[in-house]
Design a protein around this ligand. Structure first.
Ligand code: FES
Length: 140
């Protein structure tokens, strides 16, 4: 019978969890506000209104905003910063946003959490169309 390995997988994982993380250059999770608020500081132009199809959604990674359009044509916008630990969400499949850090999923049409560990919905933003261009901003 083979000898038991010196460090089981569980032991290694436990050790990794206890390792100090300060100073390791972890910049992906940069800390959303307690309410999941985005650091969006002012109105931001996203792109032409016709980029978002009815029943679809589009992720604007650089602006950290996701916009969806209902079947009746209404636009909605949410911050794409994950409410779990603030990672910028970089993946949109259909209308589902998937966080790269710990796998939380959100509905881009409602902002609601579809999969934990996040529990708070995405922060809603305003979205308006000005001369055919979508402009997102903080809700007041
Ligand atoms: Fe998105 Fe943890 S920061 S799931």
């Amino acid at each position: 019978m083979p000898a038991r390995p010196a460090a089981s997988r569980r032991t290694v994982l436990r050790g990794a969890a206890l390792a100090p993380v300060a100073g390791l250059g972890l910049t992906a999770c940069r800390g959303a506000g307690d309410d999941g608020s985005a650091p969006l500081t002012g109105p931001v132009e996203l792109g032409p209104e016709n980029e978002v199809a009815k029943g679809g959604a589009k992720l604007y990674r650089e602006s950290e905003v996701v916009v969806s359009r209902s079947e009746n044509g209404a636009l909605k916008a949410y911050s794409s910063l994950c409410t779990h630990a603030g990672c910028p969400i970089n993946k949109l499949e259909g209308t589902t946003l998937i966080c790269p850090c710990h796998g939380s999923e959100f509905d881009a049409t409602t902002g609601k959490v579809l999969r934990e560990p996040a529990v708070a919905p995405l922060k809603a933003l305003t979205v308006e169309v000005e001369n055919g261009t979508m402009v997102a901003g903080r809700q007041t």
